[in-house]
Design a protein around this ligand. Structure first.
Ligand code: DGL
Length: 298
């Protein structure tokens, strides 16, 4: 029997796409930073401080924020869509600067999707780097984790920290109002004081021996001054930005095949899935410099 061999000739638009991709690869690739909203800026800021030479694209899915109270399936689907968008924007390396997405979507994306959609690309999260270092800070071996309902219910911090420091006891507290307060520019309101105090009281009622607290949501550093007001001064508050920045620097040293392709012009571009006005307003307060984002549809 004759074997019919079919060859598909690329159509002209396919050819154009390939040419465009080849061209983009030549000019190098920005590092993608993703969060459900503006929280990931707390991570980006530290990354840029540590690694200013690279180009970055920040994507906040503000139209669908907050992710923290959504189901596993929804967070996974939203995160995957955003990661794919960043891949299309020529990012080969994407950091999920969002604990909720890291808890609920990272593993699936790394183990199931990457092979299918972009085998040479990489996606990293923020929970593992934080878990790896927490043992350096606690003496009582009692650590508090503040996070969204999704992050807390996933038990991701307990599972990861247990791998590195089996002797550490974890006490978790969900703070479901903190992200909506920040995203709605209410971080300086009396309501913010009320909810920060309420959730910290709830955390410390679980153990009075907690000596280290992980801010397990990238939005929370925006409330740092308020959090400090209600936390005993002997308690260390771990903010993820610099931890993730150190971990990324180390990753890039260990992976020259990725690092070589990263473009190095020191640019940052901001994108949001919602109105640019509201993103820019809140983001500028935190960034302490004018942010002019562009709208992006997924
Ligand atoms: N910044 C995200 C995190 O680290 C916020 C989650 C949300 O959208 O609720 O978990």
């Amino acid at each position: 029997m004759t074997k019919i061999q079919t060859t598909t000739r690329p159509t002209s638009s396919l050819k154009d796409n390939r040419r465009l991709r080849a061209k983009l690869t030549e000019v190098g690739q920005p590092i993608g930073i993703f969060d459900s909203g503006i929280g990931g800026l707390t991570v980006l800021k530290e990354i840029v401080k540590k690694l200013p030479q690279y180009d970055y694209i920040y994507l906040g899915d503000s139209a669908r924020s907050p992710y923290g109270t959504r189901s596993f399936k929804t967070v996974y689907q939203y995160t995957l869509e955003c990661v794919q968008k960043l891949f299309k924007m020529n990012c080969q390396l994407v950091i999920l600067a969002c604990n909720t997405a890291s808890a609920k979507a990272l593993r699936n994306i790394q183990q199931m999707d990457l092979q299918r959609i972009a085998p040479n690309n990489r996606v990293l999260g923020v929970i593992r780097p934080t878990s790896e270092v927490v043992g350096k800070f606690t003496k009582t071996k009692q650590v508090g984790v503040l996070g969204t309902t999704g992050t807390v219910n996933s038990d991701s911090y307990k599972i990861e920290i247990e791998k590195f420091f089996p002797g550490i006891k974890i006490f978790q507290q969900a703070c479901p109002m903190w992200v909506p307060l920040i995203e709605n520019n209410e971080m300086d309101s009396p309501a913010a004081d009320f909810f920060v105090k309420k959730n910290l009281d709830e955390l410390f009622s679980k153990s009075g021996k907690i000596d280290t607290i992980i801010l397990g949501c990238t939005h929370y550093p925006i409330l740092l001054d308020k959090i400090k007001k209600f936390v005993p001064s002997n308690v260390k508050i771990l903010v993820q930005g610099s931890i993730v920045a150190d971990s990324l620097a180390d990753y890039l040293i260990r992976h020259p095949e990725i690092e070589n392709k990263c473009s190095k012009k020191g640019t940052i571009k901001f994108y949001t899935t919602d109105s640019t006005d509201s993103f820019d307003k809140v983001a500028t307060i935190f960034w302490q410099d004018n942010i002019r984002s562009k709208h992006v549809s997924l």
